[in-house]
Design a protein around this ligand. Sequence first.
Ligand SMILES: Cc1cc2nc3c(=O)[nH]c(=O)nc-3n(C[C@H](O)[C@H](O)[C@H](O)COP(=O)(O)OP(=O)(O)OC[C@H]3O[C@@H](n4cnc5c(N)ncnc54)[C@H](O)[C@@H]3O)c2cc1C
Length: 584
Amino acid sequence: MLAPTETNLTITERWLAQFERALGEGDDALLQTLFHADSHWRDVLALTWRIITVNGAGAILRELRKHGEEARPRSFKVPSHRASPRTVTRAGTESIEAIFTFETTEGRGSGVVRLRPEPDDAPKAWTLLTALDEIKGHEEELGRSLPQGKPYSRDFHGPNWLDNRQAATGYTGRDPAVLVVGGGQAGLSAAACLTQLGIDTLIVDREKRIGDNWRKRYHALVLHNQVHVNHLPYMRFPPNWPAYIPKDKIAGWFEAYAESMELNYWTATEFEGGSYDQKSGRWSVVLQRADGSKREMHPRHIVLATGVSGIPNVPDIPTLRNFSGKVLHSSQYDEGDAWKGKNVLVIGSGNSGHDIAQDLYSSGAKVTLVQRSSTLIVNVEPSAQLPYALYDEGPSLEDCDLITASIPLAVAKRSHILLTQQAKDLDKDLLDGLERKGFKLDFGEDGTGWQFKYLTRGGGYYFNVGCSDLIVKGEIGVAQFSDIASFVADGAQMRSGRTIPADLVVLATGYKGQEHLVGKLFGDEVATRVGPIWGFDDGDELRNMFTRTPQPGLWFIAGSFAQCRIYSKYLALEIKASEIGLVR
Ligand SMILES: Cc1cc2nc3c(=O)[nH]c(=O)nc-3n(C[C@H](O)[C@H](O)[C@H](O)COP(=O)(O)OP(=O)(O)OC[C@H]3O[C@@H](n4cnc5c(N)ncnc54)[C@H](O)[C@@H]3O)c2cc1C
């Protein structure tokens, strides 16, 4: 029970002191009193050197006892420079949400505890996050520990900054410790954090210029999330940037970021795959450079940051062979001008399908969007921004990122069910209009919305930036794939007997999962060992993401700007730990 004079701070400090005592003295009876039966503990490397979620008080006690002895978490404090404990509502439940710091045998960390009031008792923990911030003795090279460049600037001889940068990126006679494949937001974030930890890291990307992964996307593209959610680690976007960043602007920023963060980056370099030698603990990989030459490298770690751009998913539609027009996968589509005045069928109703349909429409094509299955539609504003409301609550970006990481899957699900209902209400007119046009809607498994569709299958939704309105107005047609009897030379013959004419069919049918890419790059044995990537495992965490995998030396990073910003730090810390022998 709360004494009327108690503040959120004193309640939190008392809970932390009891928690520390219970752990330190092995007092299970006390520990038990500190957690709700329905509680969740997420550890991000701090106590377990893993990213894990433990659900239920009984399991939490067991796991804390198991890992606490070695990690010896202690010195729990509410830091004065971070958001102070406040009463919040998360997933419809009110609690005191408090950020704290602590240390372990090997590192320093921060965490978040959410304390729920009890009718006749002291508040108990509903959720607890413990996350590693730094490894003792291996703190990031920031501020004062940066290279000073004194010898050449005082003595006027020896290599200067540029000479050193050129030697670092040249990799003549040396290999990086970590090879990051793919230099989009995932690769850049990971490489920035690894480099800050003093780990020799090289990014390779097949594109000619840093940022081409965005530059080459459709003309009208602006990012879907607002600017303040999309920062990369360490470097904020300038304060005068637009709320929704245009593609060429983010592409230019990627170039500036790589330069400013002194990242070693080889463009126009295709990673062709490789094999792992268990004995030496190194990979042998082949890179093809722009001039066609090959370079073999032997890094200890590979971080695959290839996004979904690996292998296009091209469904086998037997009757499509009858079609005499052009068939393109969405990855081959560049712009609509060539299709002005022509008829186009876009098969697939996720983000790419809708964006391509709208691009073709605005180029003067007559477009029909073909749905293969029901799709979740959400207006880009305000509905798609609802999950990011936290970032407008006031705490710093660092605090918001920690709070985001502190929400366990079970609570996130509950929260997204509520947000999806809210979005449904906000978007009611649009959704009703779509249904009137025969568009099939869904709201994700158990109504958990677009974010869970993204996290479980990487698609199946569209952020409406205008295409849905065109469908409602009848400017873009809608058809169901199941209503197509067969493709014919000049289009799609429907079961109703009518033919939808087409000169072009675009297959906006997505990409194969990263496990297919792993098979292609490293062979089936490695792919089988690693297993599925992305989507959740039984332990409520994304599979093989941001943490070590069953294949030594192989790591993955992907996801939104926010996910990459948050988890690149932990990925880099775990690789550092494995480099210095703390983690095998
Ligand atoms: C219209 C639109 C708006 C979006 N808005 C947002 C937003 O606001 N916020 C957000 O978080 N997300 C947004 N996204 C989604 C998402 O973040 C992006 O799709 C993003 O590109 C994923 O980044 P990534 O680094 O994981 O992969 P990618 O950007 O796909 O980068 C992967 C890189 O790997 C390279 N590569 C792949 N294989 C190889 C190989 N074998 N050898 C060498 N190089 C290789 C590729 O060339 C590519 O450059 C948006 C997407 C779209 C289409």
